[in-house]
Ligand binder design. Structure first.
Ligand code: C2E
Ligand code: MG
Ligand code: MG
Length: 584
């Protein structure tokens, strides 16, 4: 009676398992099928040759040929032959996509194996979807700031451009935000501090109010990090240029306040290029290029400012692009040459004391190209190193030649301009030292001019200037009055000569304010042991006024325009006698 009950229970259990929503199969040790439930049969059938489900190993031979060997190696009851082995099987309904079977096979006893078979297609698809989602996020996220990256921005721009095609009222603003001279943070403070500064910049950008009063409900900025120190803000707003400018300026101001990083206050500024894409803009690439062109313009104008894109900037960019290519050949083809402009002593009857070397480019097609235009290009393209070294060597050789040929009529000093990109180059001190050694010039006869804007607040540049000064050369601060440095801050700078910018000098005859200022600059400079040079003297009255205001030296068209080497030699000879300097 009890045996009957057990048999019934066993039968019920077998029936249950047989009908269970999982494939079951029992085989001999050689794989001959002893029992197979309907679900297993259904799942395996597409793999079975001519529909014959007699031996499991044969059925699975094409997708899991290793099974027979694995089974032969599993000796003990309970030994796992394979655990959730995934098999690609043709789709049961004959569809295109294969279904994925999961097989678990264990040794049951001395004579048989038992296995479960299930359809894992949905599970695998889910896993794949999750993986794809994670990859998608990783591909669209900047790892340092966890902000959307360049790819994400490009896609968003394309979406917005698409909206513009469908809706005439849909417009957007793109701001490209780039830290000014960020390289100096990495160079002077190291990468870790650099990264921390960028993270602070990112969070400051995120915390700014990108939903101005005229924004529609729910509209805010989409902020991305594109590159090392470059961010972008996309505002899906139908803005006018004035409104875009307002936001861009708020961004320049907001990101300019000092950053406190690891207990240190770091000064950073950003430049912003903005664009309101036109309906003609077809791709993210075009929009980004326009923003880049505007950003470059903001940088070129000195940084810490905003520039809006206008189509004329593109023509300018094209011109710069071709000048860049041509500048590379200009050096090799002797299209560059150096001109020299006298610097005279005001309290010694206008005796020539120095010459400033100024580079010129005689372009075979365009004619003379101004250094104001091509020095910037040379800086951006890294050509300034070779170009600057060439000018320096030419100028040193020229002074040595004049010393030999003109004796006392030769200028005492040769002044050469150094641009910012040159000063930050690692080998600049060695380069100057070797130019001096090669030419045989005495170091004190060489004056290096750096612009005020670069020396003002930049600790790294000041350190370079000290290193240069320790060579024995004279350091002059060029274009004084155009930058931010106060007279008080000059105290800490390794400067010997102050060149007062032409913009001050030219107003001195008409503006009492400028006269007072120039007199004060000359007095303070003298008290700091510095000499002063007034730049851009064009008239006799300016020349006389500068002498009255106690300026030491002067330079300008009134004395002479910059002259090519041979003409400069002739000029020096004819002005060898003091007191006769004026228009030649
Ligand atoms: P800078 O160093 O301030 O040079 C003085 C500029 O003022 C020169 O322009 C000169 O021709 C011009 N100038 C001189 N006297 C007068 C005057 O009386 N009236 C007017 N209106 N202008 C006068 P230039 O040669 O076009 O050079 C412009 C700037 O380009 C220079 O300004 C300097 O910053 C840069 N530069 C020129 N040559 C070099 C170079 O070899 N290397 C580097 N790094 N920069 C250079
Ligand atoms: Mg100069
Ligand atoms: Mg100057």
């Amino acid at each position: 009676m009890q045996e009957d009950t057990s048999a019934q229970q066993l039968e019920a259990l077998i029936q249950f398992l047989y009908q269970a929503p999982i494939g079951l199969v029992q085989t001999t040790l050689e794989g001959d099928i002893l029992m197979i439930n309907p679900l297993s049969a259904q799942l395996l059938m597409p793999l079975a040759h001519q529909g014959r489900l007699t031996n499991l190993f044969e059925v699975l031979a094409t997708v899991a040929p290793q099974l027979r060997a694995l089974a032969a190696g599993a000796h003990d009851p309970g030994a796992v032959i394979c655990d959730s082995l995934r098999l690609n099987a043709p789709c049961a309904q004959g569809g295109a996509a294969p279904s994925i079977l999961a097989l678990k096979l264990v040794r049951l006893d001395d004579v048989s194996l038992i296995g479960t078979i299930s359809d894992a297609t949905a599970l695998v698809q889910r896993e794949q979807q999750q993986m794809a989602a994670q990859l998608h996020i990783a591909a669209h996220l900047d790892s340092l700031t966890r902000m959307p990256n360049a790819l994400a921005l490009a896609q968003r721009i394309d979406v917005e451009l698409g909206r513009m095609q469908d809706d005439a009222a849909a417009r957007f603003v793109l701001l490209l935000v780039n830290a000014d001279r960020f390289d100096r943070i990495n160079i002077t403070l190291g990468r870790t501090m650099g990264d921390a500064a960028l993270q602070s910049m990112a969070s400051r950008l995120q915390s700014m109010n990108w939903a101005p009063a005229w924004a529609r409900e729910g509209e805010g900025g989409f902020i991305a990090r594109l590159d090392a120190d470059e961010f972008a803000v996309l505002l899906p707003l139908p803005a006018q240029q004035a409104e875009a400018t307002e936001l861009a300026l708020a961004c320049v101001e907001g990101l300019r306040k000092p950053y406190l990083i690891a207990g240190m206050a770091i000064d950073l500024s950003v430049s912003v290029g903005s664009v309101i894409p036109s309906f003609a803009a077809r791709s993210a690439e075009v929009v980004l290029q326009e923003a880049v062109v505007a950003l470059r313009q903001a940088k070129r104008a000195g940084g810490a400012r905003h520039c809006a894109f206008v189509p004329a900037l593109l023509d300018e960019a094209v011109r710069r692009g071709s000048l860049e290519t041509e500048l590379r050949t200009a050096l090799a083809q002797d299209q560059l040459f150096v001109v020299y402009q006298p610097i005279v002593d005001l309290d010694d009857g206008a005796r020539v004391t120095a010459m400033e070397a100024l580079v010129r480019w005689r372009h075979p097609v365009r004619g003379m190209v101004s250094p104001v235009e091509f020095i910037g290009i040379a800086e951006e393209t890294g050509l300034i190193g070779v170009l600057g070294e060439w000018v320096l060597n030419e100028a040193c050789d020229q002074l040595v030649a004049w010393q030999h040929s003109l004796g006392p009529a030769a200028p005492v000093t040769m002044s050469v301009n150094l641009s910012r990109a040159q000063i930050v180059e690692p080998g600049v001190v060695e380069m100057v030292a070797s130019a001096i050694a090669r030419s045989g010039l005495s170091a004190s006869s060489l004056q290096l001019e750096v612009t005020e804007t670069m020396a003002a607040q930049d600790v790294a540049i000041q350190a370079r200037l000290r290193a240069l000064k320790s060579l024995g050369v004279v350091i002059a601060l060029d274009d004084f009055g155009t930058g931010y440095s106060s007279l008080a801050s000059l105290h800490g700078l390794p400067i010997d000569v102050l060149k007062i910018d032409r913009s001050f000098v030219s107003q001195s005859t008409t503006s009492a304010h400028h006269r007072v200022l120039i007199a004060a600059v000359c007095r303070i400079a003298r008290s700091l042991g510095m000499q002063t040079v007034a730049e851009g003297i064009e008239t006799r009255s300016e020349s006389e006024l500068m002498a009255q205001l106690d300026c030491d030296k002067a330079q300008g068209f009134w004395y002479s325009r910059p002259l090519p080497s041979a003409e400069a030699s002739a000029w020096l000879v004819s002005h060898a006698h003091a007191g006769a300097i004026g228009p030649a």
